[in-house]
Design a protein around this ligand. Structure first.
Ligand SMILES: [Zn+2]
Length: 335
């Protein structure tokens, strides 16, 4: 009898551990829905170049975070396709968000490829959602106009930063806040991605990020926030973007939060569109079918990066696979 109960106990244990192991491989160590706030802080045109200049605020924000400087931008390295992808988790072949398109028509939640704002509004009807931008195409032509999102735009990065600090200081605690600063892109166009003017603009943006971060801290939001800094694209040596060179195509993704792997590098396949899925994941919303974004490995403890569902967007998968080797070759020549 004793022997039988031992055998039964052993079977129960094997079953229990087997099940736990199976469950463990699918779930993570608690990052799904672990955050109350996500801040996506975008620096237009900054590419990978924060790493080439002293950025003390960025450094202190991501001291215990995961930082990758060579994530991949969308193949058309313009703002529309890239902020579009960062917010929808889908490529331009699906969203059609060329720069021109974002300036022509307002976007509504009827679109086939909604932004994270639409998904969050559906999942959390009472959530506070906000977007503060310098380039107002984002607030009108990318983020749906019929979804309840607090939107602010002004043609100055200092103005955007002031408004954000005021908004947070007034007691607003957004579930998602999207921010876009634009002056680094202006300096990139004027002087190229190796110029003193460009690096000076990055230093100014770094100070603005620091002010936003300090406001998040001062208003008691840091412990429950996932903070992301990224860029839509970089710039060529002489200035400009839209092409496939490495200088235009590589972008930083820096992420900090209580379950983020300190020193995590994110896997080699990471693209800026993955930010859409990362934001939803942190806030407890499953990846929608419209996205070809994913949570990369080496970001959250215990999360193994899923493979990108290429079959969902064959045009993107094929063109990306074809273009990337050419992009890498341009890097050999410093372009
Ligand atoms: Zn530009």
């Amino acid at each position: 009898m004793k022997k039988l109960s031992s055998v039964l106990l052993a079977l129960v244990l094997v079953f229990a551990f087997g099940f736990a192991a199976f469950a463990g491989s699918a779930a993570d160590e608690g990052s799904f829905g672990a955050y109350e706030h996500v801040f996506i802080l975008g620096v237009d045109g900054a590419g990978r170049f924060f790493k080439d200049i002293d950025t003390p605020n960025f450094d202190r924000m991501f001291e215990n975070g995961a930082v990758k400087y060579d994530a991949r931008a969308e193949v058309k390295t313009d703002s529309g396709p890239n902020w579009g992808a960062i917010l929808t988790g889908a490529s331009i072949f699906k969203t059609g968000l060329q720069n021109g398109v974002t300036g022509e028509a307002e976007r509504t939640s009827e679109t086939d490829f909604p932004t994270v704002f639409t998904y969050l509004r559906k999942a959390h009807p009472d959530a506070v959602l906000a977007s503060f931008v310098h380039w107002n195409n984002i607030n009108n032509g990318i983020i749906e106009t019929d979804v309840d999102v607090y939107k602010f735009d002004v043609g100055s990065d200092d103005g955007v930063t002031d408004a954000i600090c005021e908004y947070l200081d007034s007691g607003n605690a957004p579930e998602l806040m999207f921010v876009q600063l634009d002056d680094v892109d202006g300096a990139g166009h004027g002087y190229g991605s190796k110029s003193d003017e460009y690096f000076e603009a990055i230093k100014v943006a770094d100070a603005q990020l620091g002010r936003i971060y300090d406001s998040i801290v001062a208003n008691g939001l840091l412990d429950t926030s996932l903070i992301i800094v990224t860029a839509d694209h970089g710039h060529t040596l002489t200035g400009g973007h839209g092409g496939i060179t490495l200088r235009e195509s590589q972008v930083m993704i820096a992420i900090a939060g209580k379950t983020v792997v300190a020193g995590g590098k994110l896997d080699a396949g990471t693209r800026n569109r993955d930010i859409a899925d990362i934001a939803l994941y942190a806030l407890g919303v499953e990846t929608p079918d419209t996205m070809t974004a994913r949570v990369p490995s080496n970001l959250f403890a215990g999360v193994n990066g899923e493979s990108r569902p290429g079959a969902k967007d064959l045009a993107d998968a094929l063109i990306s696979a074809f273009v990337w080797p050419l992009t890498l070759i341009t890097g050999i020549f410093g372009a």
